[in-house]
Design a protein around this ligand. Structure first.
Ligand code: MN
Length: 360
């Protein structure tokens, strides 16, 4: 027997960022659902999972000890940086072999076992409503719509120490394990989860994708993360590596692009305004329709855009002025400092022409 894995995560339809995180590094599989203002939840879930993943590589501690260490590290980080004050995360992690899983759990993400057409929740939600159900104060149906159903009694990183639920579950060929954040279970009923699992036997990636899609169709009010582990009859040596491609849809954070585009347009507009006001202060004397003309702007046309326009057509004959020894550059444009200087230059041309006419 071997284990093959599929995983999918999505920001959902409402949230702006994805504060869920996951690990698929056989034999370790885990889901974490971060909480806290701004980006703190994202930091908490990532930090918890990276701690466990690193400790797994060292391979010296039990999974529960790794979770306790992750709690210590997230709690310490929250105390060091006020941006992260009060942050925390759920964590549902398994070490899986084809024969059994070892489970460690804190919070309201869940692990399920799908076996022979039934779905069994392997974890207990550490929520206020779950405690009320256990105490017989409300029914399970009432818990699903209770206004305080999101209140967690236990999370990783919010207290110096944390109690970690642990369990061992033997596996059989055909079993499927589902690890998920509450973005799935608050949106999709368990019988619908089971129906999707039944429709995707042997395809764990397909199962994960379809479960995430179902949560999004139902409204996707929260981030959604799903890992599906299949126990099948394949070669166990292949089972140590997830067979399915790990497909993670990128977060649809469209607003940074919009902000960037607006900033770009404003910057371009500002640059253009500065350039335009420079151009408008430039004057030259040139030729227009065979006449000497005063131009505002600069004598250039980059990309076909004229950077100057005729301010005054003097009706002086340009060809005649060009033949004067005094203004050989007329056709290229004679730069002057101001409109008055341009008028003075034109007046000089007029006088030079009159002088020439007067001289036999
Ligand atoms: Mn959540």
């Amino acid at each position: 027997m071997r284990i093959t894995a599929g995983v999918a995560t999505d920001v959902g339809q409402v949230r702006q960022g994805n504060e869920d995180a996951f690990v698929v590094e056989p034999p370790l599989y885990a889901v974490a659902d971060g909480m806290g203002g701004a980006r703190a939840g994202e930091v908490a879930s990532q930090l918890a999972l990276s701690t466990i993943t690193e400790m797994q590589k060292a391979g010296t501690a039990s999974l529960e000890d790794e979770v306790r260490e992750a709690n210590r590290i997230v709690f310490a980080r929250a105390g060091e940086d006020e941006r992260y004050a009060g942050m925390g995360t759920t964590l549902t992690a398994v070490l899986a072999s084809p024969e059994a899983i070892h489970l460690a759990h804190v919070g309201d993400s869940r692990a399920y076992l799908s076996r022979a057409g039934t779905l069994r929740q392997l974890t207990r939600d550490h929520t206020l409503v779950d405690r009320m159900v256990q105490a017989g104060e409300i029914t399970r149906d009432e818990a699903e719509v209770h206004p305080h159903r999101n209140v967690l009694l236990r999370a990783l990183g919010t207290e110096p120490k944390v109690d970690v639920d642990a369990d061992d579950i033997g596996l059989l060929e055909g079993d499927r394990i589902v690890l998920c954040s509450d973005g799935l279970t608050t949106m999709v009923a368990e019988d619908q989860i089971l129906a999707i699992l039944d429709a995707t036997v042997g395809k764990p990636q397909d199962a994960a994708d379809r479960l995430v899609r179902a949560a999004n169709r139902a409204g996707g009010i929260d981030n959604i993360t799903v890992i599906v582990l299949d126990v099948d009859a394949g070669d166990p040596d292949e089972g140590t590596v997830a067979e399915a491609p790990v497909a993670v849809r990128p977060n649809r954070r469209w607003w940074p692009w919009i902000v960037g585009a607006i900033a770009g347009v404003l910057l371009l507009g500002a640059a253009f305004t500065v350039f335009r006001s420079y151009v408008d202060k430039q004057w030259y004397v040139g030729v227009s329709n065979g006449h000497v003309a005063i131009y505002q702007g600069i004598p250039a046309s980059p990309f076909g855009f004229d950077l100057s326009h005729v301010d005054l057509d003097t009706e002086l004959d340009a060809a005649a002025v060009e033949q004067l020894a005094t203004f050989p550059d007329l056709r290229d444009g004679i730069n002057v400092d101001s409109r008055d200087a341009a008028l003075a230059t034109v007046e000089q041309m007029r006088q030079d022409l009159q002088q020439q006419d007067a001289t036999p």
